[in-house]
Design a protein around this ligand. Sequence first.
Ligand code: ATP
Ligand code: MG
Length: 253
Amino acid sequence: TEEVERESRRLVEQQMFALGQLAGSVAHEINNLIHPIINLTKRLRLRTGPTADPESTRMMDLIDISSRQAATVVSELLQSTRGERWKDIDRPISTAVEHGVDAVRPALPASMRVDTVIEECTTVSVKVGDILQIVGNLVSNAVHAMNGAGTITVSLSKLDDGARLSIADDGAGMEENVRRRAMQPFFSTKVDGRGTGVGLYVVQRIVRGYGGWITLDSSPGHGTTVTIFFPIRKDDHGNAGNPDTPPQGSGGG
Ligand SMILES: Nc1ncnc2c1ncn2[C@@H]1O[C@H](COP(=O)(O)OP(=O)(O)OP(=O)(O)O)[C@@H](O)[C@H]1O
Ligand SMILES: [Mg+2]
């Protein structure tokens, strides 16, 4: 049906997104390894310059050309994955979570509900794209765990020192040995290519990027609750604790 098609298209999009993130971090590390190769080749050339035999010179030429080419490929990859993030805008976390839920809702089957309890929170700001990714991955996991029907509850609470986002489902839950490994990269219990096992890993990386933390509460038959804490960041202080919130068209209709 159309719904199934939409869900699978969404899954593919999400995995591409997740793989993009992963590619970005791999590219970064490869980049750090390529530069010593380029620089050391240059130094080797200077040292051996006039005395090098033609064969060695040819080998150094090849190392030079290959490593520079590798650096070009990697920097293109880094730029394309960065582009996704930089074009992203900062929003209060409560606004971003609302967008995130709005984005996933249309893809859910009618037998699944998303309830939201979102407290306004302007002291923590986030990139909307980061929240889309977090909510997208966690809701996708919840959908898989629920086997057709159920309720997902997305809550956001404002805390003194940050914000707490939780996404709970009443699905199958996890055995303790699965729960413990769930955030490892490429760990998946989903068979025949339905899962790459990067979803939670990527979510965890994003959360750590904000200096926050994530916990999984789950047991078989009792569903799963993922809780994420986002701290107020130093550079967010401009907004934090300002009693007169700026006029930001909160009218709504
Ligand atoms: N809400 C949940 N309920 C039950 N099990 C879960 C839930 N979320 C994650 N898991 C378990 O953790 C594993 C890892 O999750 P993760 O999102 O990292 O990968 P995946 O969903 O298998 O694949 P991908 O997200 O890359 O498509 C899952 O395979 C599943 O066993
Ligand atoms: Mg997943």
